[in-house]
Write a protein that binds this ligand. Structure first.
Ligand SMILES: [Zn+2]
Length: 113
């Protein structure tokens, strides 16, 4: 007996909810510099209700050959992997139209006190 998905009503192995969810996610990918000049790639906009973010983080880490974590619906990868992340996400069924690569902010005019 297989579990029935309560969203689409299909048995789990036939459920396409996550695939559909991937196509409609609006994902933002950008890099930030952390303390000591460490570059991090941030992936934002993943809906944790629809996407297994832990699994996704694992895949991205493997494909980019880097370390990383996920928390609060945000994935952080060590190093700059914006282009690679987009490729990997597209390969996984995320629509490349909805993956937005943002330029890193160069001038931070408003400084924190
Ligand atoms: Zn489903």
């Amino acid at each position: 007996m297989s579990k029935i998905c309560d969203v689409c009503g299909l048995p789990e192995e036939l459920c396409v909810c996550e695939e559909i969810a991937r196509e409609v996610q609006t994902v933002k990918v950008f890099t930030v510099r952390r303390r000591f000049g460490k570059l991090m790639t941030i992936i934002e906009g993943i809906d944790e209700h629809d996407i297994d973010i832990k699994e996704l983080t694992k895949t991205l880490k493997a494909k980019c050959a880097c370390g990383g974590t996920s928390k609060n619906g945000q994935i952080e990868l060590q190093g700059g992997h914006k282009v690679r992340v987009k490729e990997v996400l597209s390969d996984m069924g995320f629509s490349s139209d909805t993956i937005e690569i943002r330029e890193s902010k160069k001038n931070n005019k408003k400084r924190r006190r």
